[in-house]
Design a protein around this ligand. Structure first.
Ligand SMILES: CC(C)(COP(=O)(O)OP(=O)(O)OC[C@H]1O[C@@H](n2cnc3c(N)ncnc32)[C@H](O)[C@@H]1OP(=O)(O)O)[C@@H](O)C(=O)NCCC(=O)NCCS
Length: 209
């Protein structure tokens, strides 16, 4: 997937990085705590992915003229701006990283490679109703997986199950926006829209408002 920085609205921006391309970028912009976290990652592949996601969020923030605030993780693993203003989401995988920021609304972003093995995982993250319209297609399964991960990250709480608490409306490979909801017996439903982008064997999804 090509490196890009996109202003979604005056309130929101995203960036996708080819990790190789940003490997020479410095990390001076990170907060003291983030520099410590970065120093403590021992695996080099994980380290470059982590940095790729932070370089991506810095680019997205630059695009809407917001100074880098530094981010901390809550007890669920979700990142929040240190200054308490706005919402962020990050994703990184082999060779590629992405980040999204919104000044006012929670966001979720996810990157995945399309792989045959996602079909085998289907029963772990899909409702039978969803499997009916996904037709054992690895690309559709990957989009469903990624969309659910984006919704999961947007809501942020660990106890939510992709299979039992997140349901997608039927969609096809032509659809650029997918609708889904988080449903739980004790709460009212929350509805989400997820933008889908594909390039070669990579799927990028992110929540939109
Ligand atoms: C947390 C989770 C969403 C991370 O996704 P992933 O595909 O492993 O990794 P990604 O690179 O896309 O995303 C990693 C980023 O997610 C963010 N993240 C972690 N926990 C999060 C949470 N609870 N909410 C929002 N974002 C979270 C972090 O920023 C992390 O990056 P960092 O560690 O560099 O800060 C995922 O591991 C998860 O728990 N998924 C849902 C649970 C589930 O049901 N899984 C199995 C079903 S078969």
């Amino acid at each position: 997937m090509q490196t890009k920085i996109e202003k979604i609205s005056p309130l929101s921006a995203l960036a996708v990085n080819n990790i190789q391309e940003v490997s020479q970028n410095g990390v001076d912009f990170l907060s003291f705590r983030e520099k410590l976290s970065f120093a403590n990652i021992s695996r080099m592949d994980k380290k470059v992915e982590w940095k790729g996601a932070r370089v991506a969020i810095k680019s997205a923030l630059d695009c809407i003229s917001i100074p880098y605030p530094g981010f901390f993780k809550d007890e669920h693993g979700k990142s929040h701006p240190m200054d308490g203003f706005g919402y962020v989401s990050l994703s990184h995988t082999r060779g590629i990283a992405a980040a999204i920021f919104h000044k006012e609304m929670p966001v979720g972003i996810d990157l995945d490679y399309i792989r045959e093995k996602v079909i085998r995982l289907g029963p772990k993250f899909l409702d039978p109703v969803e499997m009916d319209f996904l037709n054992n297609d690895p690309e559709l399964y990957t989009v469903a997986w990624s969309a659910k991960e984006s919704i999961f990250k947007c809501q942020g709480r660990r106890g939510i199950s992709l299979k039992s608490n997140i349901l997608l409306e039927p969609f096809s490979l032509q659809d650029k926006v997918i609708k889904g909801k988080v449903y739980q017996s004790e709460h009212s439903d929350h509805f989400y829209q997820v933008k889908v982008e594909k390039e070669n064997d990579i799927v990028l999804t992110y929540t939109i408002w």
